[in-house]
Design a protein around this ligand. Structure first.
Ligand SMILES: *Cc1c(COP(=O)(O)O)cnc(C)c1O
Length: 502
């Protein structure tokens, strides 16, 4: 075993040509290679392999000692061994004028690549507030602070400080969730996909799970409701049609094996036109009269009504609970604006069954997410969740505030020859499967260069430090001010300026 994660890194063979390792497929990090050969090896007699320095001699050179100081003995020796072995295999350091220096050059460059982080800060100028590829919800200060405390040392994660006895980590969020949503009980797991899985496994296994054909969604990443139901050991019973499903359809499908009525919020799509779906209270009444559990997978998980901010059609968790859903499932890092988590709220007896299912342990929420979740939920009980929770702040900020920020960005960018830069109106989206049809009016800076293609400009911004992610609209690069913080404006301007200057 080699330390420093070398064992996880498939070390590419050295070749003389332009070579990048797995970078091309995934990380796009250049893997240092040996230089072009000055001449090919001619005969065994002149076998350059014999000129390769020994590892002991190499590691005692002053330059190697400096590398060891910086990266540690084990990593440097491991890298030296790799590079020497590869050079021996590929028959040559003939291109290296000074073999020792040449080997150390490669080792130094490789250690630099390996030791630098791949997960980097990105500035989001896409206008998409909940962007899964950019990590979904940025956390409130309070949530960041809570993570720091939980991460830095031990905590009372699962211990009752009064009695010294073992307790449940769920206690840190359960009361917050029930207070906010009005549900009897609550449980937090790893994510909402996990919440769906454990809930249906606990409540539906061995029986029928009835769902509307209009709601058999794929959430993304191959997470499809029919497949999930199959995994849980339940049997999916499809009712209604793609566009219209009535209470009567559910009613007629119920038999003695039925366990669950499943309702899924069509997060990332809408069926429009001639449509019908039963109102929640009607379905709830049916479930109650037949002794079935009505499970609603809301996904988005709005805890405050955003309709007065132009965001309609996202039912709140409270409305689902009050509307009679026995169990409501939602994400922690979509509209809630917290860390990745799956929240399960509802009837105490059902939550108890979910809690004691083995999958609940497998999908347990980790302590850092739990800490951030509790801190975020506490903000909902405070005075200004819209101010303090970044997702809510970005979604509810007044248009003038976005326009003013775009104006400041425009001014910070300045002018460039052969580049058209202007303030403009556009529309953005909430993202995260929330409100796919809901265009949010926004203000943007639009950039079109005569020298650079829009793709190349976008690439340069992505490769900037910090990375800047933008939107492309027709042939222009669009920087959306909705998803930028005030403090990020000048940094974005700097990255863009340097991309345009090169
Ligand atoms: C997003 C979503 C999920 C999955 O949530 P994750 O927290 O990403 O696992 C499940 N169901 C619905 C309806 C969703 O919108």
């Amino acid at each position: 075993m080699r330390p420093y994660g070398w064992s996880n890194l498939r070390v590419p063979s050295l070749s003389w040509g332009q070579h990048t390792s797995r970078s091309e497929r995934g990380r796009r990090r250049r893997w240092p290679i040996a230089p072009e050969p000055t001449r090919p090896a001619k005969s065994a007699h002149a076998d350059p392999r014999r000129n390769l320095p020994a590892i002991g001699a190499l590691s005692s050179l002053p330059r190697a000692r400096r590398l060891i100081e910086r990266h540690g003995q084990a990593a440097v020796i491991a890298s030296l061994r790799d590079v020497l072995a590869e050079l021996r295999r590929t028959a040559g350091q003939e291109g290296l004028e000074d073999p020792a220096e040449g080997v150390l050059n490669i080792v130094e460059a490789r250690l630099g690549v390996t030791m630098s982080p791949t997960l980097l800060q990105a500035l989001n100028a896409t206008g998409i507030v909940i962007h899964t590829n950019l990590g979904r919800a940025p956390l409130a200060d309070e949530a960041q602070e809570a993570i720091k405390i939980a991460a830095a040392g031990y905590s009372n994660l699962e211990i009752d400080l009064e009695t010294g006895k073992r307790s449940s980590r769920q206690l840190h969020v359960e009361k917050l969730l029930t207070d906010i949503t009005g549900a009897q009980a609550a449980l937090a797991v790893n994510n909402c996909a996990g919440a769906v899985l454990v809930t249906l496994a606990a409540l539906g296994a061995g029986g029928g799970i009835i769902a509307s054909r209009g709601e058999l969604v794929e959430i993304g990443g191959e997470f499809r409701i029919p497949d999930v139901v199959r995994q849980t050991g339940g049997r999916l019973v499809e009712v209604g049609t793609t566009n219209r499903t009535r209470v009567k359809d559910y009613e007629q499908a119920i038999d003695e094996t039925t366990r669950v009525l499943l309702r899924t919020h069509p997060s990332n799509y809408r069926i429009v036109g001639f449509t019908e779906a039963p109102p929640l209270p009607d379905l709830a009444q049916l479930a109650r009269s037949r002794g079935l559990a009505l499970v609603e997978d809301l996904g988005g998980g709005a805890l405050i009504d955003l309709s007065m901010h132009g965001i309609a059609g996202e039912p709140t968790v409270q409305a689902s609970v009050a509307g009679g859903a026995d169990i409501v499932l939602f994400s922690g890092d979509k509209l809630l604006g917290g860390p990745q988590a799956g929240l399960i709220v509802g009837r105490e007896d059902l939550i108890q069954r979910i809690r004691s299912h083995p999958l609940a342990r497998a999908l347990r929420i980790d302590k850092l997410s739990l800490a951030a979740l509790a801190a975020t939920l506490r903000l909902y009980l405070g005075a200004e969740p819209r101010e303090k929770i970044p997702v809510l702040r970005m979604l509810t900020q007044p248009p003038q505030a976005i326009a003013a920020r775009a104006q400041r960005l425009l001014e910070a960018l300045g002018a460039f020859e052969q580049v058209a830069i202007k303030l403009d109106a556009s529309v953005g989206y909430a993202g995260g499967g929330a409100m796919p049809m809901q265009a949010l009016p926004t203000s943007v800076v639009r950039i079109a260069s005569e020298r650079l293609s829009v793709d190349e400009l976008a690439r340069r911004l992505r490769m900037g430090r910090p990375c800047v992610l933008a939107r492309i609209e027709s042939d222009a690069l669009v920087l959306d001010a909705r998803t930028l913080a005030d403090s990020e404006v000048s940094i974005v301007a700097q990255v863009v300026r340097s991309a345009l200057q090169r």
